[in-house]
Design a protein around this ligand. Sequence first.
Ligand code: 5GP
Ligand code: MN
Length: 340
Amino acid sequence: MPFTLSPEKIAAARALAAAVSPGQRVCLTTHVNPDGDGLGSEAGLVRLLRDRGVDAVVTNPTPTPSRFSFLFDDIPGVDRTGEAVKELRKADLIIVLDISDLGRLGMLGETVRDRGVPVACIDHHVSSGVLPPGPRYLDAAAAATGELIFEVSLANGWPLTIEAACGLYVAILTDTGGFRFSNTRPRTLRVAAELLEAGVDPEQIYLEVYARAPEGRPRLFAEALQTLVVEPDLGLAWVTVPPGAIERLGVSSDDLDGVVEFPRSIEGIRMALLFREVSQGRVKVSLRSVGNVDVAAFAKAFGGGGHTKAAGLALAGSLAEVQATILTAARDYLGSDGAR
Ligand code: 5GP
Ligand code: MN
């Protein structure tokens, strides 16, 4: 089957392209603690725009984890995250990637809200949020925002360079868990095939993203996995990052990527959780599910969100308090009809 785009998608992609013109200053941004999809999408789109003469830069609310910095290596100075507010004040257009909500833009939320320029958005999250008006390219069926940027480039006839393709490949690779999760559709693999045809070397990307970890990463996994608790009757399992472990081991919260897959991997588990204190009195919870348990709906009840099978939330309180609240709710949820 050839790769096709609906007339609605083509129109949306062209409307987005029409909002950018050569010489304009465009800021790309994504959610706090940017992941491979947010950063890979930025790396792809920033090149597609620069190739059109647009002065595009990356301005995120929190720093680029070291394992993704290679994405911007060949365009020094493009990652302006350190001066994000200053850059946003100069922007003619802001493009928000991999999230549709001001609330997830951290300390940049207010600037984006009050800036008074169009705010475009390309995103694949189910939970919509609030953003200032601007062109939208949204599809919750897409595995990754990177897949949607590929579509935007295709609809507009923008040539895909190997550098742009590498960014989009990182986006899709990471958000599908290496093409393993249920969001991996035939279409996802068709896009990935196009990216390989554009020159992406999958082993090189694998090595950059997954084989350059600091020693502290496996040590952090070891400490977190020691805390595993399993409640087989409900299909609930969770792990907790020991307070202070990230700092003590000299790693970053990005190094926790994948740890929640271990409780999720246990036979019979339907909901897996990872708890970690992100600051004094604030706890982040990562949620994953197996089967038809909708963790996005669960997270939404606590002000979080995400995807049906991968979601997150953050609550005020001590680690023990947040665990008590969330575990009680999770037990209720798994015992209720909504999670069957
Ligand atoms: P992770 O648990 O890997 O940080 O995130 C899994 C998914 O949930 C991602 O799609 C992410 O965007 C979403 N997510 C994580 N934390 C939050 C949160 O605090 N609020 C919302 N709305 N979504 C979140
Ligand atoms: Mn994503």
